[in-house]
Ligand binder design. Structure first.
Ligand code: UDX
Ligand code: ADP
Length: 480
């Protein structure tokens, strides 16, 4: 029986291994992690991450051929194929601070593999930030090999949170990079055989190591660039009276452009986009490609601009001050159908409003109060460490309270800010919300989920990203 071990039981490792176990009953899959609480949660009925469809998959194979354990060394030493999916934070000091990936966790995982292995291994890089990681890991392993042969593969993950299970079941493509040597090709084939249990062969692409890694950075950079492009358009739409949804629709009808990923928003978030682009920029700079680096940097700058623009719009519309005013925050996760808050635009927007002394009442259907407080007190870049190493937030932010539902968050509020596109925000009883709010009552929709006309009829002053402005807002222009 082939044995797979995955180091790192997070958003990538957990769902990916569950889907492999479900589709490959003949393979034993063990997911290991240094975090005891995370592994305990995987072994309970309350999984540590919220992902539609994940529960059902895990239930079917947990205890059969899918296991979760903290006994990292035992399972690594027994495995034939080791996936590594550990944190890759952005460096906060030293060379490349603020841009380059910190490979501390990767390196310690690689050294541990070298220490405990007694048989040949295929080591698969599946971390979020590939930056020639495979090559670095290959060096560590081969210099500590004790006669054991290692083959390193890069198998970047393209799943998007919220749709991870369907992305894993029906991937657009599976990408496997490896060495073009006889042993390298054998290792590629071994991993191909795993995916071939359910992925059609023509969707499994094989490349050399660095092409696979760079493809992941490139794909995320292209996707993020689309959002920054449409967000840049949204600012122009507001200034000129066009409607960004109409523009996106018309642009997306061009089959060369396509309709997906053209929704204007308060900004993109998530653990990948910003981090991957920062690494792309760093790699370009290290290779003397300043113009290319600046080109990609702009994608992040526009994203930051969009978040600032939103905060400025809120403050300027409300008589240039939100000091002491209650603002209901609807949604904190970086997108709907996930409880993940990594790099969520809500953090920057909330911090911006708190900077102007607002009182916030935050509601999100999946994010815990503890996580929100932690996010609002943590320093930039500190989020991407194993949870037990992250700073705790003993006091929390005083002006922030966490609400059980949207109605509680909006009670007596001066304004609502919709920051995540949860479906339930489309069907709230906005009449009831309006009646319980201070007047004038404002709605700032950062995800274009509400029916603007209906809300204006109720009496709200409504701002919706990239839509023709409310007459009220026209008289109070926001500068970014
Ligand atoms: C992304 C990539 O899609 C995935 O392939 C990769 O493996 C990991 O990074 P993820 O970050 O989980 O996945 O979610 P994604 O759906 O890409 O959304 C990222 C951010 O962009 C979210 O904040 C989302 O709200 C925002 N977004 C997305 C928009 O603002 N507009 C859009 O049209 C699409
Ligand atoms: P991703 O989105 O890439 O899955 P996560 O942060 O959700 O990222 O998961 C990474 C996981 O890796 C964390 O649960 C962390 O505890 C774990 N981890 C980090 N370093 C090690 C290590 N050396 N050995 C085992 N697990 C590790």
């Amino acid at each position: 029986m082939v044995k797979i071990c995955c180091i790192g039981a997070g958003y990538v490792g957990g769902p990916t291994m569950a889907v492999i176990a479900l589709n490959c009953p003949s393979i034993e899959v063990v997911v290991v992690d240094i975090s005891v609480t995370r592994i305990s949660a995987w072994n309970s009925d309350q999984l540590p991450i919220y992902e539609p469809g994940l529960n059902e998959v895990v239930k079917q194979c947990k205890g059969r051929n899918l296991f979760f354990s903290t006994d990292v060394e035992k399972h690594v030493s027994e495995a034939d194929i080791i996936f590594v999916s550990v944190n890759t934070p952005t460096k906060t000091r030293g060379l490349g601070a603020g841009k380059a990936a910190d490979l501390t966790y990767w390196e310690s995982a690689a050294r541990m593999i070298a220490d405990v292995s007694k048989s040949n291994k295929i080591v698969v890089e599946k971390s979020t930030v590939p930056v020639k990681t495979a090559e670095a890991i290959e060096r560590i392993l081969t210099h500590n090999s004790k006669g054991i042969k290692y083959q390193i593969l890069s198998n970047p993950e393209f799943l998007a949170e919220g749709t991870a299970i369907q992305d894993l079941f029906k991937p657009d493509r599976v990408l496997i990079g490896g060495r073009e040597t006889p042993d390298g090709l054998k290792a590629i084939q071994a991993l191909k055989d795993v995916y071939a249990h359910w992925v059609p062969e023509d969707r499994i692409i094989t490349t050399n190591l660095w092409s696979a890694e760079l493809s992941k950075l490139a794909a995320n950079a292209f996707l993020a660039q689309r959002i920054s492009s449409v967000n840049a358009m949204s600012a122009l739409c507001e200034a000129t009276g066009a409607d960004v949804s109409q523009v996106s629709h018309a642009v997306g009808k061009d089959s060369r452009i396509g309709p997906k990923f053209l929704n204007a928003s308060v900004g993109f978030g998530g653990s990948c986009f910003q981090k991957d682009i920062l690494n792309l920029v760093y790699i370009c700079e290290c290779n003397g490609l300043a113009e290319v680096a600046n080109y990609w940097k702009q994608v992040i700058k526009v994203n930051d601009y969009q978040k600032n623009r939103f905060v400025n719009r809120v403050v300027s519309s409300m008589f240039n001050t939100v000091s002491g005013k209650k603002i209901g925050i609807m949604g904190f996760a970086f997108k709907k159908d996930t409880g993940d808050t990594r790099e969520t635009p809500a953090i920057d927007v909330c911090k911006g409003l708190l900077g102007d002394k607002a009182r916030l009442s935050i509601y999100d259907p999946q994010v815990t109060a503890d996580q929100i407080q932690r996010d609002l007190t943590m320093n930039k870049f500190d989020w991407d460490h194993p949870i037990h190493l992250q700073p705790m937030s003993p006091t929390g932010v005083k002006q922030v309270s966490i609400a059980w539902d949207a109605y509680e968050a909006s009670k007596d509020a001066h304004a609502l800010c919709i920051l995540t596109e949860w479906d339930e925000f489309k069907t709230l009883d906005y009449r009831r919300i309006f009646d319980n709010m201070q007047k004038p009552a404002f709605v700032f929709d950062g995800r274009n989920v509400v029916n603007v006309e209906m809300l204006r009829d109720i009496g709200f002053i409504v701002y919706s990203i990239g839509k023709p402005l409310d007459p009220w807002l026209k008289n109070m222009p926001a500068v970014a």
